[in-house]
Design a protein around this ligand. Structure first.
Ligand code: FES
Length: 154
């Protein structure tokens, strides 16, 4: 079995993830993933004006899912909603100074959870942003590699 090479940043975010937890006064919560294999991501946002004032996440996901979501929360905290909805998995991977190719798909879970939270935020305001709506078929596509065991809910 080969060992995946992670950057120092990935390992640091995995060992010390930022913005973990539940948010009691969240304006919106996005949940995405595949309940069958255990990869799930819950992401909560608090919006002030047109900015993401606070963000938190919990996950049943692998080390890469934890690290990428931790990085994503750092990137979008304080960001305008419009800019946040344009965040791509590549921005998150760049922030982590790389991710093993087989693990790049894990960063999608973080980005999709953010989009789901934004979709919910707008939905509550009566705005139907179908472009942000999570896809129902995410799960099977997401698990393209052999890793089935995912980490604890943090
Ligand atoms: S979240 Fe990383 S393998 Fe599924």
């Amino acid at each position: 079995m080969t060992r995946l090479e992670y950057t120092k940043k990935v390992l640091e975010h995995f060992k010390n993830p930022r913005n973990v937890g539940e948010m009691e006064d969240a304006d919106a919560i996005g949940t995405v993933g595949n309940p069958v294999c255990g990869d799930m991501m819950e992401l909560s946002i608090k919006v002030e004006g047109d900015k993401i004032e606070d963000i938190k996440f919990r996950t049943f996901g692998c080390a890469s899912a934890i690290a990428t979501t931790s990085m994503l929360t750092e990137l979008v905290k304080g960001m305008d909603l419009k800019d946040a909805e344009n965040i791509k998995w590549a921005d998150v991977v760049k922030g982590l100074e790389g991710l093993p190719p087989v693990k790049v798909h894990c960063s999608l879970l973080a980005v999709e959870a953010l989009k789901a939270a934004l979709y919910e935020y707008y939905r509550k305001k009566g705005i139907n942003r179908t472009d942000l709506k999570p896809r129902d078929d995410e799960g099977d596509e997401h698990h393209g590699d052999s890793e089935k065991a995912c980490g604890p809910l943090i």
